[in-house]
Design a protein around this ligand. Sequence first.
Ligand code: GLC
Ligand code: GLC
Length: 816
Amino acid sequence: MTRFGRFDDEAREYVISRPDTPLPWINYLGSEEFFGIISNTAGGYCFYRDARLRRLTRYRYDNVPTDTGGRFLYLRDAATGLFWSPSWQPVRGELEDYRCRHGLGYTVIGSRTVGIETETLYLVPLGEAMEIWRTRVCNRRDTSATLSLFGAVEFCLWDAWEDQTNYQRNLSIGEVAVVDGVVYHTTEYRERRNHFAYFACSEELAGFDTQRERFLGPYRGWDRPLVVENGRSNDSIAHGWAPIGAHHVELELAPGETREVVFLLGYGENPPDAKFHPPGSETTDIRGIRPVIERYLRVEEVESALARLREHWAGLLDVLQVSTPSEHVDRMVNVWNPYQCMATFNLSRSASSFDTGIGRGIGFRDSSQDLLGFVHMVPGRARERILDLAATQLPTGGAYHQYQPLTKRGNDAIGSGFNDDPLWLILAVAAYVRETGDRAILDEPVPYDNAPGSEAPLYEHLRRAMRYTLDRLGPHGLPLIGRADWNDCLNLNAFSEEPGESFQTVPNREGGVAESVFIAGQFALAAEELAQLSDLHGQADDAAAARAERARMIEAVRAHAWDGAWFRRAYDHVGEAVGSAENDEGQIWIEPQGICVMAGIGSDDGTAERALDSVAARLGTPHGLVLLDPPFSRYHLELGEISSYPPGYKENGGVFSHTNPWIVIADTTIDEADRAFQHYLRINPSAREDLSEIHRCEPYVYAQMIAGKAAPTHGEAKNSWLTGSAAWNLVAITQWILGIRPEHAGLRIDPCLPSAWDGFTAVRRYRGATYRITIHKQSGVTGRIRALSVDGREVEGTLVPLVPEGRDVTVEGTVA
Ligand code: GLC
Ligand code: GLC
């Protein structure tokens, strides 16, 4: 099998060894306000806070050749006229010794051509709104070399949607200013914008260009710019058309000599009423940004920015480090899975190779679930995220499906009335309070729909979230599904017949009784979480009420959702069963099995075991568990988008990775240790590295889906990076298989380990203390904790009680 790279576990990097990966294998730069997507050939784009509204550079999705567009570097050898891109794209010439190291918040791409070695470090420094490219060029020849180095970017006219659609305007508005060799992109600054972009270079310039056509030459692409071919810049100034920044540096390198050149691509902002200098002029005031540019153009500053970044990431990952018998577990848990969770925190579903940054903003259900995967690393920011999400809740307890990161305002742009949405907030808040113990968040005043004056304590928001479900029950006492539940594509009220109509926004047919078993299970889970929060909050009556509602919901599931060998999925608009042996297609669905068992339904009457056996038998494949079986072979008006996908893809019977860890968790609750681990490992990206030619997506992060058994391309992944799979897989492996689980009263240590393991060790920082955990187990057996000691003293059960901050606690457990 062909691999395209390898993990460097020590360096916490993935090292890609050839540029023509099956798909662009990307990384993210930035962790606060300024972000970039960078592929292994330096493709991608960057933006300030909002991938739609503040995009700095242009990127054309699904372009040909793949991933053209991004951070352009060219070298030209004056002696021969040969030119190439040291990151391979866009020229795609012959390179020796190409390698790309994707690290935590930085990427390094290097190669050698005709004796010239180049290595570029790309990063976004903490606390700054810029990306740095530091290029080292070394002459390995035994004669001197005369080279031209070009660095170039194509500016986006800020709003990425307008930028790709409104050409009657766009081609006339582009403006730039070049001051002391720095290119400032100032389109629309003359009117309502108070921000600009800049592109700077550390070296004296031999020339520059800012008009795309002058740089490329007529009818040419980025792979063969005329300026690069000729080695001569035009010093062009863009008036309209397509503003770019292109710097031209001449390098004279003696044998063995290395030079370092720094490029900066950044974002600057001025107060709206003090944008121009001198006052009264139309000249962009750059006095504030100049010192920042000067600082980071210095090579020493780049080094220290990298050092700070490494420290930052080490601090985040230190919260949990494990050592287990599986290298796939270790590298995912210690590095890549939490790293991906931070990407989902930062970007929700907005900007990846598959999400254009235009459509989806911060999702209510998505970010609530993502929080489960990052709350332990950035509790303070998780708190802020919870409050932002809750502020987009509606007075009914329902919620906007998404909000725009720049404005934090909820909107209906991608639909409304997904009846699962509000319940996720309860699970997020519960996870936050278990991790931090910060009950005060429940008293935090939060508005509804961002309306000033509507503030109510967060606790009340959670009560309304639960009420929202109870106010919308169907004839079986199960929750009405609304537009859809977690499965966006199960649209039981849409009845869409118009080609191209969005299932997410089409007006729904009134008068139906479509109910969701998934929401029923989710409710049972959330009601117990809310009851525990009510107890903490001193509201015993609320706790009792939540538990009573939970019991009623479980009764409804038992009475109306058990199909004989698994839980049904739903009842449709007219009350017919969905996900039943009675159906021809879509007989068994994964979601209700996972969520119901996770909620504790069926553990007392054997139905949990039955359901999970059915999952393994009917949904299991070597590439993970498919979402449903058999997939729908034709379009079902009464089911909606799910049946619009070809069989085996996406929700229609793909391995929808997000749902697999639910089954892993469910299996651990019924002691199916080996099966749980097998389900986990099958979609673990590192364990799939040897299948890279089939899997095709990055082997260091989860992809939303892997084509299912009905698909001709079974095993092929799509939609990597921004997926709830990241959070849920991290929860499944760390909290349920390794069993290290924050609870309100302490740290639960309750592993459910595969028989082949002989234990593991872990260090977990939790509520200010450090827990050093060792679990002993004989290989060949499975079982649960039989003995647990804390600092040498035996404790009853599996809960390690809280200790004062700063303490170092030794925990030893024996599984038998
Ligand atoms: C995507 C969406 C998520 C949804 C899932 C299932 O991952 O981001 O919100 O739950 O698909 O349809
Ligand atoms: C489509 C996708 C689904 C996603 C939704 C978001 O339905 O299949 O995964 O959640 O779009 O709008």
